[in-house]
Design a protein around this ligand. Structure first.
Ligand code: SF4
Length: 307
């Protein structure tokens, strides 16, 4: 048993078994990419819309996929080597997965739900692309949770990120979903340039008080082809070391409400495209480091909330 509330503990507690997430590419774009808000996208957003592992995988290489079922079957085949599961979730991950007309979304979501073993959907989107008309759609299509990329509660960072939405936009979407009983997972990034530990922990504290269903923590990655890679090559700001990241994440876990499910403690990136930090490629080392740090502190999730 972990010292934090992990997603696999949530699945076991709620459904009595492990459920596997399969990342699918619904052929979306994003208003921050197609010129509606900007052509540039968020500074960290890659060509794949921050969803490098979504889609049809053949021999470890992402290939063109014309339909959702083919993507789901290819991912099931790939993951069956690692896990023996019969229950799956289709995860609409890359770009903005509510950025199509409602009728088109309905067809797409139903296609995923109709695939063998798919028990529900996860939809990742921008707060400004969540409106009242999406609520019924989510309920009818068994959307288990909606993921909102926030990264930081500090609006001055939003400009640097070229995010094109504010904390109050996020809060409006969060409230709309929460009041309707739809679970929300919030993404936060540690190590943004100009943000120290206290800035990051302030984001964590603010989100914890909202009591979302879940959070995802990411270390800032510099990936080839992004605006951030271009900026990094000029400014070369210092990145967090693995040990500092582990310390920050343990502090964050301690101040996170114990009922919030931690969906992710470190990020993924393609080795060939990752510029910095290289240590994130050894995910096992980061996760073990977090476990060891919590044991050494005799600590656990929420210990600083309960005090
Ligand atoms: S909102 Fe998401 S898909 Fe759109 S530019 Fe930002 S990271 Fe990329």
């Amino acid at each position: 048993m972990k010292r934090y509330y992990s997603l696999s503990d949530y699945f076991k507690k709620t459904y009595g078994e492990k459920w596997i997430k399969l990342s699918v590419d619904g052929g979306f774009t994003c208003p921050n990419r197609d010129g509606t808000l900007s052509h540039q996208g968020c500074v960290f957003c890659s060509e794949e819309g921050s969803g490098e592992f979504a889609g049809l995988i053949q021999s470890g290489v992402k290939a063109f996929a014309s339909n959702i079922e083919a993507q789901i079957e290819s991912q099931k085949k790939l993951l069956s080597k690692k896990w023996n599961a019969e229950s799956y979730i289709a995860y609409f991950q890359n770009y903005t997965n509510t950025y199509k007309p409602i009728e088109a979304l309905d067809i797409l979501y139903k296609e995923a739900l109709g695939c063998a073993g798919i028990k529900g959907l996860v939809v990742s989107t921008r707060p400004d692309c969540v409106r009242a008309e999406h609520i019924d759609l989510f309920k009818h299509n068994h959307v288990l949770w909606v993921e909102l990329g926030l990264q930081s509660v500090h609006d001055e960072k939003s400009e640097w990120l070229n995010r094109h939405y504010s904390y109050s936009d996020f809060k409006r979407a969060f409230d709309l979903l929460s009041v309707a009983g739809i679970q929300v997972v919030v993404h936060l990034i540690a190590g943004l340039p100009g943000e120290g530990k206290e800035d990051f922990l302030e984001s964590v504290r603010t989100i914890s008080t909202l009591k979302p269903f879940g959070v995802k923590f990411h270390m800032l990655n510099i990936v080839e082809g992004t605006e951030m890679a271009r900026l990094f090559k000029i400014a070369h700001w210092p990145m967090l070391s693995e040990s500092t990241y582990i310390e920050w994440i343990c502090d964050a876990i301690e101040m996170l409400d114990p009922d919030i499910v931690i969906h992710r403690l470190t990020g993924d990136a393609h080795k060939s495209k990752l510029i910095e930090p290289k240590w994130i490629l050894n995910k096992r080392s980061v996760l073990n480091g977090i476990d060891k740090c919590l044991v050494a502190r005799n600590s656990k999730q929420g210990i600083k909330v309960l005090e």
